[in-house]
Design a protein around this ligand. Structure first.
Ligand code: BYC
Length: 305
C-alpha cells in the first residue's frame, strides 16, 4: 500500500506536496477547472440584470453576489494551480472549448425573476452538490469549498426571498416568478451530471473520495429539499409526476430529458455561443489590466530585492 492509498483509506487529506497518481491529479484538474470556469461564466446570466435591478437594495445585493462568484473562481483557479497547472493555460482551454463549464450557464435570463430562480435553484443545487465536496480528499479543493458553500447558502436565501416577494406580489409578478421556475427547474436537475449508469468518472472519483455521493443520490436529495420549499413559495415545480413515495422515503419524479443535456454539452444550448464569445471578449479587453498588474508586480519585486 502506498502512502497515498493509506491517506485515502484513513480519510485524511492529500496535500499539494504529497505523491499522488497522475490520474488523480488529472481528474482533480478537470473537475476544479470546470468548477472555476462555471463560476466565472456563471456571472453572466445574472450580471446582465445589475443595471436593471428594480431597486437600489436589489442592485447592491446582486452586485455583491456576482462579485462573490468572481471570488469563487479565483479560489478555485488557485486550488487548481496547487496541482501544477497554470491559470493562463486553464483559461485558454476554456476559451478554445477544451474544458467544460456547467451546462446550467447556457440558459437565458429574460426577466428579473430569473435572478431569483438562479439563486434558489442553481445555488441550491450547487450547495447540495458541494457540501460533500468540503470533505473531498484533496485539501486545497475541500478548503475552497467550505468558504464557497458559506457564501452560496447566503446566495440561495436571497434567491428564495426574491422569488417569495414576487410570488406574493401582483398576479403579473407571481406569473413572472412561476415562469422563471419553469425555465430553470429541469436544467438545475441536470447540473448534477448524467444518470449514474452513464457517469464515466463517478466510480473512480468515489474510490478516491473526491466525490462522496453519486449524481443520482444528490439529485434526489435536491428534489426532496425543493418540494416543501416550493410550497412555502407558493410556486409549482413543473413536474406532474412528483409524488411522495413513503416506501422509498423520497419523492418520485418524472423523466429528465437527457437529450437536452447532451445537446447543451455538445455546445448547442440556447446561449453556449453567446456566453463563450462574451467571455473571450472580456479576456481580450482585459489584457491591458493583466499587463499593468504584471509590470507593477515586477517593479515591486525590484524595489524589494
Ligand atoms: N455540465 O462522469 P460524470 C455555481 C460532464 S457554479 C457540464 O458524472 P463527474 C454558481 C463531465 O465533466 C458551481 N458538463 O462527471 C455560479 C464529464 O465530461 P468529461 C458548479 C457536465 O465529474 C454562478 C461527463 O459529463 N458546480 O454554483 O464525475 C452563479 C460525465 O459526467 C455536467 C460544480 O462545478 C454539467 N452539469 O461529475 C450561481 C461542481 N455534469 O469531463 C451558481 C463540481 C457532468 O469527461 N463538479 N458533466 O468530458 C462536480 O461535482 C462534478 O464534476 C459533477 C460531474 C457532479 C458536475
Amino acid at each position: 500500500m502506498t502512502r497515498f492509498d493509506e491517506l485515502i483509506a484513513a480519510d485524511e487529506r492529500i496535500e499539494p506536496r504529497d505523491r499522488m497518481p497522475d490520474a488523480y491529479r488529472r481528474t482533480l484538474v478537470r473537475q476544479i477547472a470546470q468548477h472555476a470556469h462555471s463560476e466565472i461564466i456563471g456571472m453572466q446570466p445574472e450580471g446582465r440584470w445589475i443595471t436593471r435591478a428594480p431597486s437600489l437594495k436589489r442592485k447592491a445585493i446582486l452586485l455583491a453576489k456576482v462579485q462573490d462568484e468572481a471570488g469563487h473562481g479565483l479560489y478555485l483557479y488557485g486550488a487548481a494551480e496547487t496541482l501544477g497547472v497554470d491559470r493562463d493555460d486553464l483559461l485558454d482551454a476554456l476559451h478554445e472549448g477544451r474544458q467544460r463549464y456547467s451546462s446550467i450557464f447556457n440558459y437565458p435570463t429574460p426577466t428579473w425573476a430569473d435572478v431569483g430562480a438562479i439563486g434558489w435553484l442553481v445555488d441550491g443545487a450547487a450547495i447540495v452538490n458541494q457540501v460533500p465536496l468540503c470533505r473531498c480528499s484533496y485539501g486545497p479543493y475541500a478548503r475552497a469549498m467550505v468558504r464557497i458553500c458559506k457564501e452560496e447558502s447566503f446566495h440561495q436565501r436571497q434567491g428564495f426571498e426574491l422569488l417569495h416577494t414576487l410570488a406574493h406580489g401582483t398576479p403579473a409578478q407571481h406569473r413572472m416568478a412561476q415562469e422563471a421556475v419553469e425555465r430553470w427547474y429541469w436544467p438545475s436537475l441536470m447540473m448534477f451530471g448524467p444518470p449514474d449508469e452513464e457517469s464515466t468518472h463517478s466510480a473512480q472519483s468515489m474510490a478516491w473520495k473526491i466525490k462522496r455521493h453519486s449524481n443520482d443520490e444528490l439529485r434526489q436529495r435536491f428534489i426532496d429539499m425543493l418540494v416543501p420549499q416550493s410550497e412555502v413559495l407558493g410556486l409549482r415545480l413543473p413536474d406532474p409526476e412528483l409524488r411522495w413515495n413513503a416506501e422509498r422515503g423520497h419523492y418520485d419524479h418524472g423523466e429528465i430529458d437527457w437529450s437536452e443535456f447532451r445537446r447543451v454539452l455538445a455546445g448547442d444550448g440556447p446561449c453556449n455561443a453567446e456566453r463563450l464569445a462574451h467571455r473571450r471578449n472580456a479576456h481580450e479587453e482585459g489584457a491591458w489590466v493583466r499587463e499593468a498588474a504584471a509590470a507593477y508586480a515586477r517593479r515591486k519585486q525590484g524595489e524589494i530585492s
